[in-house]
Every structure is written in structure tokens, then in C-alpha cells.
Design a binder for this molecule. Sequence first.
Ligand code: NAP
Length: 282
Amino acid sequence: MAVIIDGKKIADKILDEIKSKVSKLENKKPSLAVILANDNPSSALYVNSKEKKSKSIGFNSFVYRFDKEVEQGTIKNLIIKLNNDPNINGILLQLPLFNHLDERELIELINPKKDVDGFHPINVGKLNCGLKPYAKCCTPKGIIRLLKEYSIELTGKNALVIGRSNIVGKPVAAMLLNENATVSVAHSKTKNLKEHTLRADIIISATGCAHLIKADMVKKGSVIIDVGIVKKDDGTLLGDVDFENVKNVAGFITPVPGGVGPMTIASLLENTYELYLEQLEN
Ligand code: NAP
């Protein structure tokens, strides 16, 4: 039976450490600005939870909510204002946006030094060059932290990332490569996924396909990180991995919920704190 990776416990540890450091600050507190420009209920929930957690560890949190009439120019002006505001350390553009908005233009307008999500091309480029980005994408950063907390060796291991999105698949593949893993990336056009999964020492699955990964698809003793979140009609959450059966074959496994999810918010607030420290020095 696999070791269950407890993301909630590690996330709480990270947040407690930041809270303790923030409580000792004599000067201004770290500040996170979040822009919400869509009417997706899940995004509203994520933003509320980010706001609540930010405040609970002593950060200032500002949320800018817009309705569907909002124009691109209004958000551009807000980003420019936040870029120039010395009291704001991190800017987060909650994705997805209303369809009529140009996501790329807005992401590229955020000052890379305040790009708390690590989505700006400068930060993506730094990551891919093996350099230190101003901030690393939150979910991938949280995944690497989980692997390290459980002392899981990455060097020379066969790591399979399933999913190639800009927010999870590609950046986690880059981070694993930077950690000397031998990385493959699968996606919806990959043929014979099972052949790839059976070769992997580490699987990071980020597809949003409930129970895509079955027990007969994983190597005995392998490490299974489940990023997927699928909400059923009754409100329960499923991951990409058939947890109940896969846990009998894997060596380590993350549950859904309570695995990667809490690490994403912890990484976001850690990024905000790190940007704050860098901005204090400059
Ligand atoms: P996304 O942009 O929809 O990307 C999904 C990826 O999965 C795509 O690359 C797609 O391939 C691939 N894919 C889809 N079906 C597949 C299949 N049957 N076999 C192999 N690959 C397949 O999603 P995302 O934003 O990366 O998010 C992925 C999942 O993670 C979602 O459930 C999301 O809710 C969850 N998520 C969780 C957290 C967290 O904190 N826990 C954070 C972010 C996302 P193509 O590129 O070929 O279409």
C-alpha cells in the first residue's frame, strides 16, 4: 500500500512559517492583488479562498472583480496602476477570463517582477533556460515541493507528465528536467498511453479526465501525483487517478482532495512573500 502524500499538512506548514515571519515584520506587509474577470463559479471560489488564506497569514489582499461588460482597456489600466504601485507585491490574473478579453496581452502587461503566477513569458523563459524566474508557476512549484518533502529522488528517474497546458504540464515538465529527471510529456494525441505510464517511475497527471489512470497502468512502487480535479454532480471531487485501486500498486500517491490542491495556494502565497522580500531589497 502506497504512502499517501499529505499536501494539506505540508501546505499548512509552509503557511504557518510565512505567517510567523509576517507577524514579525515591522514595515509594510506583503500585498497581493487579484483580478477576477469572469463569472465562472469555480473561479469565484478559488479567488475567495485565496483572499481568505492571504488575510489569515497577515497579508494585505485586494480583489478587483469585474462583470462581463468590462473592456480590455479597463483591465490594462488597472494592471499598469498595480505595476506602478509600490504597495502591491504580486498581481494575479485569475484565468480563464471572459471570452472577449485578450489573455495573452494582459499577462504580458504584468511586470514580471510582480507576476506571482509565473506566467509572464520572461518567467516562463527563465524557467526553461534553467534560470531562476521571479516567481515559479504555483501548481508545478507545489508538486516539486511535495516530492522533495517526501525525499523522492528525481535525478535519472523516468518522469511522465500527462497534459501539456501552460499552467501545469509544460512548467512541471521544465521543473522536472531542471531536477535531472528524464521527462516525457503525453497529451490527448498520445498513442498507447499505458505503454508510457508503465515505464514511468513518476507520473504527474494533469488532464481533468476522471480516473484516466487505472491500477493496471502503473508500475509497482511508482510515484503518482494527481493534479486533476473533476467535480461530480453531487459535489464530490475526483482526480485523474483511480486512487482506491492505484494506491495498492504505487509507492507514493497524492489524494484528491488534499494532495496538490492545497500546495497551489501555499505556493502562491510563498511567491507573494518572496516577491515582497525582493522588492524590499530593490
Ligand atoms: P487543460 O488546459 O485542459 O489541459 C489538459 C491537458 O490534458 C491537455 O494538454 C490535454 O491534451 C491533456 N489530455 C486531455 N485528455 C487526455 C487524455 N485522455 N490522455 C492524455 N492527455 C489528455 O487543463 P489544466 O489547466 O492543465 O488542468 C488539468 C487538470 O488539473 C484539471 O482538472 C484542472 O482542474 C486541474 N488543476 C488542478 C490544480 C490544483 O491546484 N490541484 C491546478 C490547476 C489545474 P491536448 O493538449 O492534446 O488537448
